[in-house]
Write a protein that binds this ligand. Structure first.
Ligand code: ZN
Length: 561
């Protein structure tokens, strides 16, 4: 079935509640372990239906944020999701309270039980109204950003379109684009400061009602984290600061010399060449080349990509009113992933066919397991699927970039390593913000500036309108929409870079390691999965030393070729 033909049917709140009540009764009245396990099947059917319909509504809303029908559906789910979520906790309580729990534990993956316990810590009736308020604020931010227009050289364009100019090979164009970005955000700074303040306060209130000191621990639980906590992240941060930051600063200085730039600015962060490599194909060509690539890579990836193309599971061209980001989602009832993007003629277009398709492949590869609660693992695991796939696609880059394939790889690798300290800034910023929810907008901006100095000492935002005040985070949508998500990218990148190093030595071993890892989905926690791949956990002391050395060598090799 084509994705556009998947029928949408609103999940009725009363009906969902009735089915949850049934599952609760089944769990409470179970007279055997089999009956207890059956109660879980009963509720999982609802979960699959709910996530399919919610994902459909959300996808169709992001395709056209002006579509009033799906706008209303999204708003409907924002209202009922917290209610249904809290209601479903009754089932988890009943399940955990069953006299057959110990027997059930012998048959279930222990992570399922752990997830139940974690969920009970993050929500209950007392915070339903706060969760609804949080959803409303998030929607407001999403709508605001997707409708925001930037006046660039006499043309009104979206943020997605502006981003292309922000990475233009011509430094003056980049600079102008960043200034337009800053000026437009500045015009809306009251709105941005205000909505973020409301989000911080409502999250803090919820956390306190749930018995936490502040939102941090609750935020971790909401990310379903089972393998690490705030302290483990501290070790990772230390690894980044000591092992990566100095190497990156040194490499960046070499680029600066080569490009003849006196001082690296925020707008130089993604520039490595006089002329950036760009795809030699248009959107159709990129999708077709992607299909060839995945067919050549393996039978599994080929079948996957054929299915995606056949079902029109891509929407990649930008339009006004279309949400600006990129994502991969899935409709569990149909075992169907879907990829959303905004192609703009830059290398980012190819990342869609490697990164987002990596997510989609992971969903497809594990779907026979029908895991429901575990699906593809925590987000840090899900991102290892996609980021590793990006690197495993390297050997096909001549299809997309012709003679400049090596330059693309160089840029990709450099972007990947420099991303990690940036991600740490985003993450640590949120820790500080939620630890100090009373901070003023000015204080928050100062925190950002200080973190930039610490983790990206080789560049600055001075003399860029508004952004020089420490406001880069105001268009980093994760900070608003998905608190504490961002570090997952950094953890995953630390693993993906090791997959790259392995693939340089032995591609087929790297690919089979990856394939097995992907098929495991979320059956194990992040640390265990990394161990099973025989790679280093980013939480070990000194874990990034080898990565830093490997990247430096590989960059030197790519520059020479
Ligand atoms: Zn991703």
């Amino acid at each position: 079935m084509k994705v556009s033909q998947i029928p949408y049917k609103r999940i009725d709140k009363d009906d969902a509640e009735r089915r949850i009540n049934e599952a609760v009764a089944l769990a409470k009245n179970a007279v055997s372990v089999d009956e207890l396990l059956a109660s879980r099947e009963h509720i999982n059917k609802l979960v699959d239906e709910f996530s399919t319909m919610f994902s459909l509504a959300n996808m169709r809303f992001t395709l056209n944020t002006k579509d009033e029908f799906y706008q209303a559906e999204r708003a409907y789910y924002d209202e009922i999701t917290p209610i249904i979520g809290v209601k479903s906790l009754e089932f988890k309580k009943a399940f955990l309270g069953s006299p057959f729990l110990d027997d059930a534990k012998k048959q279930l993956n222990p992570l399922v039980i752990k997830m139940f316990e974690i969920e009970l810590k993050t929500a209950d009736e007392r915070i339903v109204a706060d969760l609804q308020e949080e959803n409303r604020l998030t929607m407001q931010y999403v709508k605001f950003v997707s409708e925001l227009l930037f006046d660039f050289k006499g043309e009104k364009i979206t943020l997605g379109a502006l981003k292309k100019h922000m990475t233009d090979s011509d430094r003056q164009v980049r600079k102008a684009a960043y200034n337009v970005l800053g000026a437009t955000l500045q015009e809306n700074s009251n709105f941005l400061d205000d909505i973020f303040d409301k989000m911080v306060k409502v999250r803090d209130t919820m956390a306190k009602k749930m018995g936490f000191e502040n939102f941090i621990e609750m935020g971790y639980y909401r990310m379903s984290r089972t393998a690490f906590d705030e302290n483990t992240i501290k070790t990772f941060r230390k690894n980044v600061k000591e092992q990566l930051v100095p190497v990156i600063a040194k490499l960046k200085n070499e680029i600066k010399e080569r490009l003849g730039i006196d001082e690296l600015k925020l707008y130089d962060n993604e520039t490595y060449f006089e002329n950036d490599p760009t795809p030699i194909l248009d959107a159709q060509g990129i999708l077709a080349a992607g299909q060839e690539m995945y067919r050549d890579m393996s039978k599994e990836t080929g079948d996957f990509m054929d299915m995606m193309m056949q079902n029109d599971a891509f929407d990649v061209l930008p339009r006004e009113g279309k949400w600006t980001g990129g994502y991969c989602t899935a409709f569990p009832l149909y075992n169907q992933p879907f990829i959303f993007a905004n192609f703009n003629g830059t290398t980012a277009d190819v990342d869609v066919i490697t990164h987002e398709a990596g997510h989609a492949f992971a969903f497809y590869a594990h779907s026979p397991y029908q895991l429901t609660e575990l699906e593809i693992g925590g987000m840090e695991t899900a991102e290892t699927h996609s980021m590793s796939m990006e690197f495993l696609c390297w050997k096909y880059m001549d299809k997309f970039f012709g003679e400049r394939a090596k330059d693309y790889c160089y840029k990709h690798l450099f972007d990947s390593i420099t991303f990690i300290p940036y991600g740490v800034i985003v993450d640590l910023f949120q820790h500080i913000i939620y630890e100090n929810p009373q901070m003023t907008p000015k204080e928050r901006k100062d925190v950002w500036l200080a973190l930039e100095k610490e983790y990206r000492p080789h560049m600055n935002a001075q003399n860029i309108t508004y952004l020089e005040e420490g406001t880069r985070w105001q268009y980093q949508n994760h900070i608003f929409e998905l608190p504490f998500y961002y570090i997952d990218y950094c953890l995953a990148q630390s693993v993906a870079l090791q997959v790259l190093m392995l693939s340089q030595k032995d591609y087929s071993k790297a690919f089979s390691t990856y394939l097995e890892h992907t098929k495991r989905g979320g059956l194990y926690d992040f640390n265990t999965l990394v161990k099973m791949m025989e790679l280093k956990s980013p939480f070990e002391e000194g874990a990034l030393e080898e990565v830093a050395r490997g990247v430096e060598e590989l960059l030197a090799k790519l520059a020479k070729e």
